[in-house]
Design a protein around this ligand. Structure first.
Ligand SMILES: *Cc1c(COP(=O)(O)O)cnc(C)c1O
Length: 467
C-alpha cells in the first residue's frame, strides 16, 4: 500500500472503530474544556511532521473530549446521527478537495447539489421551482431567508437594499413568535434589522403563536413586513399556525420565513405532515440536514420560493468566474460564501441511503419514540412532560410537588447525575420560568430499547437526587 492509501485507510479505520463501539461508550465527554485545552496546548511546530503520526496524535489527544453524539442514547440539543453513507461521502469530498463555488470550475459539486436540491424539495413537498442554498446549518439558512426577504420587500417599496444598504430605507416591520429560536434574532442582527425591534406574538402553552394574536399584529403591521414563523419549537416541537399567518399576510407587502430546522421534516412523514400544513405558502424556509435528515456536520438548506430575490441577496460577481445561465447552478449565488465544502455529496448519499420511505419512517419513528418516553415519565407522580408531545422533542419537569426553586436545583443535580451515569445524554433548558430536562429524539440509531433504558435511567437518577 502507498503511504497515501495507508493514511486514508487508517483514518477510515479510526472512524469505523469509533462508531462500532459507540453504543457502549458513556454518553458524555470525559474531559472538560479546560482539560482539553491543556491537552492541545503547545507552541507552533517549527518543523513539519509525518501525517500518519499527526493523525494518531490528534486522535489520542481528542479522545477524552469527544461527546458520543452518534450514540443511541444521545438526546442533547437536536443532533442527528451522521449516517455512514453521508460520512463516507464527506470523507471522499475532503480527499477530492472540491470547492462548491462555481459550476464551470467544479461541475460535479454543482450538479450533485442541483440534484440533491430537487430531492429535498420533493421530500419536503415545497415548490419545485424554489432555489436551495447549501449552508452550514439553520442559523445561516435563517440569515439567507431574512436577507432575501429584506431585499424583496424593500424592492417592492422602491428601495434597492443590495446597492444602497439600510441607511435611509423604509422601515421593515418584523414579527416573530415569542418562542422563536435564538438564531432568528441572530439572523435579524446580521441583516441589520435589529434583534431588539421585532414585535413578538404571544404563544400558547406549547410555544406556538396564538393565531388570533398573530392575525391582530399582522393586521396592524405597516410598510414592508417580515414574519418569521417556526416549524418545531426547540423545547416542545410546536408548529406555528401557518394557514392563519399566511391568510393574514395576503395582500400585504410581506414575506413569511419559516424556521423549520428539524420540524420541516414532518412534511416527509404521512402521520406528521398535517402539523406543517400551510407552510408551503411561505416565501422561504430554513431546514437542517445535520439534524433530522442525519447528514454529517455541517449541513443546512436555505430554501427560497423567489430565486431572483435569493440570488440578489447572495450573489457574488467576479471577473474570473464564468456566470451561470438558468441551466446551471452556481452554489455561491445562493449562500453567503464563495468557497465552501461541497455539501451536496453527503446530502445526495444520505437521501439515497434512506430512500423516500426510509426518511418518512425515520422521522416518524423518532416521534413515536419521543411519545413512548413521555408516556413512561408521565407515569411517575412527580415527573411531568410540560407540553403536548407534538414531534420528537420532550421537555420534562421533575419535582412537580416541590417548591419551584428546589425543583430547579434538583433538575440541575439530575442532569449532573445522568452525566456521571453515562447511560443517556440529556440537557437542561428553561421553559416558562422553570428548569426542565430536554430530550431530543433525533437519531436514526435510537431504538425502543434505548428509550426504555433512558426512561429507567432518568427515573433512577431522579430518585437518587431527590432523596
Ligand atoms: C438547531 C436550530 C437552529 C439552528 O440550527 P443550526 O443547525 O445549529 O445552525 C435554528 N432553529 C431551530 C428551531 C433549531 O432547532
Amino acid at each position: 500500500m502507498s503511504d497515501l492509501a495507508a493514511l486514508f485507510a487508517r483514518a477510515a479505520e479510526i472512524g469505523a472503530a469509533y462508531r462500532d463501539q459507540i453504543a457502549e461508550t458513556p454518553q458524555r465527554p470525559d474531559a472538560t474544556y479546560v482539560e482539553m485545552r491543556a491537552r492541545f496546548t503547545g507552541p507552533v511546530p517549527e518543523t513539519g511532521g509525518d501525517p500518519a503520526a499527526i493523525l494518531e496524535e490528534m486522535v489520542a489527544l481528542a479522545a477524552p473530549g469527544l461527546n458520543a453524539t452518534t450514540g443511541p442514547r444521545f438526546f442533547g440539543w437536536v443532533i442527528g446521527g451522521s449516517h455512514p453513507a453521508g460520512v463516507a461521502a464527506d470523507m471522499v469530498v475532503s480527499a477530492w478537495g472540491q470547492n462548491a463555488g462555481n459550476h464551470a470550475g467544479m461541475p460535479a459539486a454543482s450538479a450533485v447539489e442541483a440534484q440533491a436540491a430537487d430531492w429535498l424539495l420533493d421530500l419536503l413537498d415545497l415548490p419545485r421551482s424554489a432555489s436551495v442554498g447549501f449552508v452550514t446549518g439553520a442559523t445561516m439558512a435563517n440569515f439567507v431567508g431574512v436577507a432575501a426577504a429584506r431585499g424583496e420587500i424593500l424592492r417592492r417599496a422602491g428601495w434597492n437594499v443590495e446597492a444602497d444598504g439600510l441607511i435611509g430605507a423604509p422601515p421593515i416591520t418584523v414579527i416573530l413568535g415569542d418562542d422563536a429560536h435564538a438564531t432568528v434574532y441572530n439572523a435579524l442582527r446580521l441583516a441589520g434589522l435589529g434583534a431588539g425591534r421585532a414585535i413578538l406574538v404571544p404563544t400558547d402553552a406549547n410555544g406556538a403563536m396564538i393565531a388570533s394574536e398573530a392575525e391582530k399584529i399582522i393586521a396592524a403591521a405597516e410598510g414592508p413586513t417580515l414574519v418569521v414563523a417556526q416549524a418545531g419549537q426547540l423545547n416542545t416541537g410546536a408548529f406555528d399556525p401557518f394557514p392563519a399567518i399566511a391568510d393574514a399576510l395576503a395582500g400585504k407587502n410581506a414575506w413569511l420565513h419559516v424556521d423549520g430546522a428539524f420540524g420541516l421534516w414532518a412534511r416527509a412523514a404521512d402521520d406528521l405532515k398535517h402539523l406543517a400544513k400551510g407552510l408551503e405558502r411561505a416565501d422561504s424556509w430554513a431546514v437542517d440536514g445535520h439534524k433530522q435528515l442525519q447528514t454529517p456536520y455541517d449541513c443546512g438548506y436555505a430554501i427560497v420560493k423567489h430565486p431572483d430575490a435569493h440570488r440578489r441577496a447572495m450573489s457574488i460577481e467576479t471577473s474570473y468566474l464564468p456566470p451561470s445561465s438558468a441551466a446551471e447552478r452556481d452554489p455561491s449565488q445562493l449562500v453567503p460564501e464563495l468557497s465552501r465544502r461541497a455539501r451536496g455529496f453527503a446530502t445526495w448519499a444520505t437521501i439515497k441511503a434512506f430512500g423516500r420511505q426510509g426518511v418518512a419512517d425515520m422521522v416518524s419513528g423518532c416521534c413515536a419514540l419521543a411519545r413512548r418516553l413521555a408516556g413512561r415519565l408521565n407515569q411517575e407522580p412527580d415527573i411531568r412532560v410540560v407540553h403536548d408531545v407534538i414531534l420528537n422533542q420532550v421537555a420534562i419537569r421533575f419535582g412537580t410537588d416541590r417548591d419551584p426553586a428546589d425543583a430547579d436545583a434538583l433538575v440541575d443535580a439530575l442532569i449532573a447525575k445522568t452525566r456521571a451515569d453515562g447511560v443517556c445524554f440529556v440537557g437542561p433548558a428553561n421553559w416558562r420560568g422553570e428548569r426542565i430536562v430536554r430530550v431530543s429524539v433525533s437519531s436514526y440509531v435510537t431504538t425502543q430499547a434505548d428509550i426504555d433504558r433512558t426512561a429507567d435511567a432518568l427515573i433512577a437518577a431522579w430518585r437518587a437526587v431527590r432523596g
